[in-house]
Design a protein around this ligand. Structure first.
Ligand SMILES: [Zn+2]
Ligand SMILES: [Zn+2]
Length: 355
């Protein structure tokens, strides 16, 4: 019989999404149909919609990879999930390759990302692999599950970067770019016992994150020479009296100047994680890593294994979502893309496919 999904379809880059019905077949043995309660809007979606990046599936495609919803049908392997509220991870790994077996499913070459490899969550229903789905049974009474959509990508990406850097009690975390993923990185590092320096160009973002875990703020003045910026930040860091061995630097701005600054803050034995993305190359002295016996990781997305721990922080309200989210009807998607493109979207939009 199958399902009919009401979907917003990207049929051509730089043009409005088209509302259409898509027939979904009954799920195969390893797949499930999730009725979408909410889907977050991410910068990656904008990149696909404005034509700067081509989705792997090509066009037409239904975008959206921050999905929370209820399983309404599943093939044999996922039948126990029917009727459960679930988080759909932004990256659904194959579960059996050498990457997946090593706990590195976020780098799985056979991974499936909704709204990129397959149709995504800007729709009432989505057809996804069932094994990686994360049941939301642990949610406290009255928790607005729609907010969990941002855990699919932004929060879990931040969490994985923090795990990768082995952040511990007493560490000094430095987060370059304190909006979006960076804002959640600040909160998670704080929840794990680190003190956090949040760095951004935007005063509003810094003021918000000050209420949610930042111990010190530094606002970048773009007119200031790089050397002076670096010295300023190093001074703020030194004020905490934490040995550089326990410095954890997170580049979340996804800008070339942000990357330049983050790399320049690496001291002896320090660890940096590159989380943001931009196409521009930067010039660094890579030998500093040798001289400082330092480590730089890249971190992309999150393996499914970390979601339960990440969700626990959210359910225990150690990581706040509400102040960073705005709810919006999916029918406003084109206007929201426009707001996002012009930097007028201050909070992450969580879309309701039935409005
Ligand atoms: Zn995303
Ligand atoms: Zn795999």
């Amino acid at each position: 019989m199958g399902f009919v999904s009401e979907a917003w379809v990207l049929e051509a880059a730089k043009s409005p999404l088209v509302r259409k019905q898509i027939e979904l077949p009954d799920p195969a043995d390893d797949r499930a149909i999730v009725e979408v309660s909410a889907c977050g809007l991410c910068h990656t979606d904008l990149g696909f919609a404005d034509g700067s990046v081509m989705p792997k599936k090509g066009i037409p495609i239904v975008l959206g990879h921050e999905i929370v919803g209820k399983v309404v049908a599943a093939g044999g392997a996922g039948k126990h999930l029917i009727g459960k509220n679930v988080l759909v991870p932004a990256v659904l790994p194959c579960g059996s390759c050498v990457f997946c077996r090593a706990g590195r499913g976020n780098a799985c070459p056979k991974q499936e990302m909704p709204g990129n490899d397959v149709h995504g969550g800007f729709a009432t229903h989505v057809d996804v692999r069932s094994a990686p789905l994360v049941p939301l049974d642990g949610a406290p009474e009255g928790f607005d599950l729609r907010e969990i959509s941002v855990v699919a990508d932004a929060v879990s990406t931040a969490y994985q970067a923090i795990v990768r850097a082995d952040v511990r009690e007493g560490d000094l975390a430095v987060v370059v770019g304190a909006g979006g993923v960076g804002g959640f990185a600040v909160q998670i590092a704080r929840a794990l016992g680190a003190r956090v320096v949040a760095i951004d160009v935007d005063r509003g973002r810094l003021d918000l994150i000050e209420k949610h875990g930042a111990s010190a703020l530094y606002q970048i003045d773009k007119a200031k020479p790089f050397k002076d910026l670096r010295k300023d930040v190093q001074k703020v860091m030194a004020g905490f009296g934490v040995a550089s061995l326990r410095h954890r630097i997170f580049e979340c701005s996804g800008t070339a100047p942000g990357q330049q600054l983050a790399f320049s803050l690496i001291g002896s034995g320090a660890t940096m994680v590159q989380v943001g993305y931009c196409r521009d190359p930067i010039e660094v002295r890579l030998s500093n890593l040798m001289a400082f016996d330092a480590t730089v990781h890249g971190s992309w997305g999150a393996p499914v294994e970390i979601y339960p721990d990440c969700l626990r922080l959210v359910f225990e309200r150690k990581v706040a979502l509400t102040p960073f989210i705005q709810h919006a009807p999916m029918s406003r998607i084109d206007a929201l893309f426009d707001d996002m493109a012009h930097h007028r979207l201050e909070r992450r939009a969580v879309l309701d496919p039935r409005a």
